[in-house]
Design a protein around this ligand. Structure first.
Ligand SMILES: *Cc1c(COP(=O)(O)O)cnc(C)c1O
Length: 319
């Protein structure tokens, strides 16, 4: 993982959240302040506000596509780190890693990038100045929906040593077999990602033209507000597509239950396509907070199947 990310040190964990928790326990102390994306992965937000908040760690959501909002959220001397996800989950917003690094470093804050969605094949945050890369290897790195794992990659020797101490002291480590499965997955990461990207581009174009679709969120579309930035920062646009259907939450639930080849499921990044309803599934834990997602939103992890089959399946579910 370190080699792929262009980093010096890599550490493996039992899950993405175990990696995140170990990172927070290593760098945070009572009074530490973090800036987090206002549409962060629900579990990351929950880890901050339901677990670490009790020990005096504060997290303020900021809209990372708006650099003024990031600048306003950073408290010099108190902000320990800015946590970036790009593209975000589930709205696929694109944040400018290099610009946020400049702001954060000027305030002596670290920059952590959750690179789960892009993978090191599409985006290398350390090269853009980030200090820590976080992965849920459960997703694209594993790639076959058969393991749960996480990783941290850093360049700083001292930080790596402190992380290693906490990794061992806390014990959220993976089994040798799970590590072997992630290594197996990484051997095909490049070819899988190319196919995920090809398929996602075609699925997004199909949805964008469909009368029953109210909005499509995919950074590869010209109309996406982060398109130009994604073009600069990423090799391609990834395999995740989110969209809103006409007819509200009920219609969205019907579509999620109406596909036959595309499975209804919470995870993402596997060879098989998965569809889900964030409001009641992956993002149920952020209902009622600033991070709540719309009820008519559907998230699609576009797999590596024949894209025509995927489009036929979606068309049928939308009929
Ligand atoms: C899944 C996911 C996580 C958490 O990873 P687990 O391996 O499920 O613990 C963190 N960040 C993102 C972006 C994810 O998609």
């Amino acid at each position: 993982m370190a080699a792929l990310e262009g980093g010096k040190h890599g550490l493996a964990f039992a899950s993405g959240l175990a990696a995140e928790d170990t990172l927070l326990r290593t760098i945070a102390s009572p009074g530490s302040h973090f800036v987090v994306p206002d549409d962060a992965y629900g579990g990351t937000y929950r880890l901050f506000v339901r677990v670490h908040k009790r020990w005096g760690v504060a997290a303020d959501p900021a809209h990372l596509t708006n650099l003024d909002s990031v600048a306003a959220a950073i408290i010099p001397g108190e902000t320990k780190a800015v946590w970036i996800e790009t593209p975000t989950n589930p709205l696929l917003n694109i944040a400018d890693i290099a610009a946020i690094v400049d702001m954060a470093h000027a305030a002596d804050a670290l920059v952590i990038v959750d690179n789960t969605f892009a993978t090191p094949y599409l985006q290398q945050p350390l090269e853009l100045g980030a200090d820590v890369v976080v992965h849920s290897t459960t997703k694209y790195c594993g790639g076959h929906s058969d393991i749960i794992g996480g990783a941290l990659v850093v360049n700083d020797d001292d930080l790596a040593e402190q992380l290693r101490f906490h990794q061992n002291a806390i014990g959220g480590v993976p089994s040798p077999f799970d590590c072997w499965l992630v290594l197996r997955g990484l051997r095909t990461l490049a070819v899988r990602m190319e196919r995920h990207c090809d398929n996602a581009e075609q699925v997004a174009a199909f949805l964008d033209d469909h009368a029953r679709i109210a909005a499509v969120y995919f950074p590869g579309l010209d109309a996406h507000p982060g398109h130009d930035l994604a073009k600069r920062q990423m090799r391609r646009y990834g395999g995740m597509v989110s969209f809103r259907v006409v007819g509200g939450e009920k219609a969205a639930l019907r579509v999620c239950e109406g596909t036959s080849m595309i499975t209804l499921g919470e995870s993402l990044g596997g060879v098989e396509s998965l569809i889900e309803h964030p409001h009641t599934m992956t993002h149920a834990s952020v209902a009622g907070t600033q991070l709540e997602v719309p009820g008519d939103l559907i998230r699609l992890s576009v797999g590596i199947e024949d894209v025509e089959d995927l489009i036929v399946d979606l068309d049928k579910a939308l009929a």
